[in-house]
Design a protein around this ligand. Structure first.
Ligand code: 4AD
Ligand code: MG
Length: 449
């Protein structure tokens, strides 16, 4: 407890607007320092934003001026000063510094490793524990938190029950080549989950509308800007929902998330450098375009004929990254591509009754070339068909016995999808690479720090 009479109230940079003209206290770090003779311009950050301070030598105690003048970057400080509105300042305010207490001064011999000059990505990833402090990285993490909250909120307020699937599982969900395997006592093997889907199909049949939200793992040997080996997935699963209903759900869900981000993160998006109008177009009224695989293929054929894309798309193949980029660039809103050839999709997808070579599935492609952010489908609900699918895919029947039970005891049509949070953050923030979307990215060649 402070013993001072009338101490300046402690506040945050983000809420300085409520304290204009008052003397307040900030607890933060020295982010930058410029000086011109008898004037210092320290910039402070406190996790909620950054603010520039003004320190004329004549206006403060000698000790305060000298302390700040010699302070090393990223030293931790408690600063007292008066909040002054300034329309030229990025935050709209400046701080007339009155006093400063240094919590820890970084020694001159061991300066903060990340300076304000440009660093290479490898260096920054190696110092990720410190890189997180820069305004842009902090802004991304704040937006990520809102995306996660808004995603859960959408389901929580629409009658879904959150049910948490296990992370240690006895079988694969999305293909056996991408599994992290571990010993599980005695002679057993366990695998880190690739998706909660199979388990939330069980909870959906218990509760109707459910979702899961947790870490998922893929031992993918892909080194792309879209792939992590550990990422967070949110997955709804709903009984008596068909593919059309599922696309409607995905549309409402993404619109809600983008709306929430626009409500609270305009300043952060500016720091990150994302063009807000692109997100406004997504949140604006109007449906997301829906394209069948055949229509998308046709679009690519025509684009190739006009020389707009390099490689011809082969009918029957999945779409490559340049294909997805081309398709999504034709629209302002996320585009929902449905009914892919069953062959290129997962074993659990329901065939289209009008053309059983197609699966009742949807991939949602984000705008601006960000590619697939959501994958989902209607699920096979017939016992016999599912059993033969498991066999065709050479999956171990014994491990899937419980999953087959769901088709034996009161089976119903049901559908669900999964969205990787990091892909959504990359798109919404406009980031080159998913490694910046999560505090500590896990990729093919990095597990430190
Ligand atoms: O398309 P996927 O593989 O679908 C499933 O896992 C289904 N079982 C989900 C369901 O229907 N409940 O993955 C879903 C989403 C992708 O669209 C993508 O956003 C993300 O998960 N994702 C990845 N994100 C980052 N790195 C990776 N390696 C990812 N793999 C998938
Ligand atoms: Mg997919």
């Amino acid at each position: 407890m402070s013993t001072e009479i009338n101490p300046a109230p402690v506040t945050t940079i983000a809420t300085l607007g409520q304290h204009e003209g008052q003397t307040i206290t900030l607890r933060g770090w020295l982010y930058n320092l410029r000086s011109s003779g008898k004037l210092l311009f320290p910039t402070f950050r406190d996790g909620s934003g950054t603010i520039q301070g003004i320190v004329p030598k004549a206006a403060v105690a000698e000790e305060v001026f000298e302390t700040l003048k010699n302070l090393t970057l990223e030293s931790s400080v408690v600063v007292t000063g008066k909040v002054r509105a300034d329309s030229r300042a990025p935050s709209g305010f400046e701080l007339d510094v009155e006093n400063v207490t240094v919590t820890q001064r970084i020694a001159d011999e061991t300066p903060y490793p990340i300076s304000l000059k440009e660093h290479g990505v490898d260096f920054l990833m190696e110092h990720r524990h410190l890189w997180l402090r820069t305004p842009r990285q902090s802004a991304i993490l704040r937006v990520r938190a809102t995306i996660m909250r808004a995603a859960a909120e959408y389901f929580d307020t629409n009658g879904f029950i959150r049910t948490d699937p296990p992370i240690l599982t006895p079988n694969a969900c999305e293909g056996t080549s991408e599994l992290f395997e571990m010993d599980y006592f005695d002679d057993d093997k366990a695998y880190l989950t690739q998706s909660g889907q199979l388990y939330i199909e069980a909870t959906a049949l218990a509760l109707g509308k459910v979702y899961s939200f947790g870490p998922t793992f893929r031992a993918e040997k892909s080194k792309t800007r879209r792939h992590l080996t550990e990422f967070w997935m949110i997955e709804p699963e709903v009984t008596y929902l068909d593919l059309d209903g599922l696309m409607g759900l995905a549309e409402g869900f993404l619109t809600h998330i983008v709306t929430r981000v626009l409500e609270t993160h305009r300043a952060d998006l500016k720091v990150i450098g994302k063009e807000v109008s692109k997100l406004e177009a997504v949140a604006a009224p109007g449906e997301f375009p829906r394209l069948s695989y055949d229509e998308a293929h046709q679009m690519l054929v025509e684009a190739h004929a006009k020389g707009l894309i390099e490689n011809a798309h082969t009918y029957g193949d999945d779409f490559g990254s340049p294909d997805e980029t081309y398709i999504s660039n034709q629209f302002d809103k996320p585009v929902m591509v449905h009914r892919y050839p069953a062959e290129v999709k997962a074993f659990y997808m329901q065939p289209d009754p009008n053309d059983p070579t197609k699966a009742l599935c949807v991939d949602v492609l984000a705008p601006e070339g960000y590619g697939e952010i959501i994958g989902g489908s209607q699920r096979v609900d017939s016992y016999d068909l599912l059993k033969s699918r498991i066999e065709q895919h050479n999956l171990p029947l014994a491990a899937f016995q419980w999953y087959l039970d769901l088709r034996k005891y009161g089976s119903v049509p049901h559908s669900g999808f999964g969205m990787g949070i990091e892909r959504a953050v990359a798109w919404i923030c406009g980031l080159e690479h998913v490694r910046e979307t999560i505090p500590f990215a896990r990729t093919l060649n990095r597990i430190y720090p």
